[in-house]
Design a protein around this ligand. Sequence first.
Ligand SMILES: Cc1ncc(C[n+]2csc(CCOP(=O)(O)OP(=O)(O)O)c2C)c(N)n1
Length: 355
Amino acid sequence: MGEMLRYLALDGTSVKDWSTVMSSAYLLKLYQHMVLVRLYDKKAIALQRTGQLGTYPSHLGAEAIGIGTGAALEDHDTLIPYYRDMPVQWMRGVSMTHNLLYWGGDERGSDFPSLSGDFPFCVPIATQCTHAVGVATAMKLRHQRSAVLVNLGDGATSKGDFSESINLAGVWQLPVVFVINNNQWAISVPRKLQSAALTLIDKAKGAGIPGVSVDGNDVIAVYDSVKEALQRARRGLGATVIEMHSYRLSDHTTADDASRYRPEEELKAAWQAEPLLRLKQYLINARLWTDSKQHEWEQSCGRVIEDAVAQYHATMPQAPESAFDHLYAELPQELHQQRDALIQKAMRMEADNDG
Ligand SMILES: Cc1ncc(C[n+]2csc(CCOP(=O)(O)OP(=O)(O)O)c2C)c(N)n1
């Protein structure tokens, strides 16, 4: 695999000096955000299971990638996220209520106050890479000293959109950072069936851009690698591909049952390397954290999450036809017909319910 950037070993000992990367106080803050994400994730799954949310993609195992990446971005950069990126958005100021609205099927979940034109989630696999290259091209033409960060899964690197995007990013030296969340599975398809390339950053070589291999469960390594790649981009030195080695500890989404295809032993081993465990151990050893502080923090996270859920529940539902409202500047005729049909159907259902 070559060398992989890592600062903390699995047992929570430091294996590389990170004193120039961030302060201890900042590391503690990142840990606290990771705990919050984990608790939020659990709540969102419970809401889906009880019919209060639509299909939801868990962040379990991806907390370090999300929080570390979000922390490394600057306000004037642009984030182009994929559906597993609530933690990155959270660090960019997008509320949990917006996330709940999104997965609850409400268009307003994508209408958040955004830093520097951040995009909403992209569900079609890898198409966000082409959007990122478009935004990065605009930044370059305007001589902005900002960068674009786009996230994708390991499966997305098998799509033409990814290959074409890194190719153009290489040729035009675009200020864009591609962060691959290599969580080893694309729904039921394991990494080794996705590509014969030894590593996913080997793909960057063909595009003439540097690739960096990172322990995606180590938040310091995530932060450091992303920050450096963003700086390179802002200085006009071009794009970078970062492969974050991680593991999807959850089902793919709440519509999936990973126990049908994923070896139990593999999952067990992955839990030993998960992102919160070693960091908590490190912080406790460094006397920056205690079990009682953990308890208090979890209580306050619980309150933050309950507030977001209450706001979500208090939001009046949108009209069904709102699904059509943000697709086109001018809706094509056939979609007008579908929209009208939907309104008629909603009216009939309402009349049936009343009658
Ligand atoms: C263009 C397109 N094809 C197929 C799908 C269905 N689909 C949804 S998620 C997924 C797997 C994605 O895996 P990966 O890129 O590794 O990301 P992960 O969800 O594991 O983070 C697929 C095939 C889709 N959303 N878009």
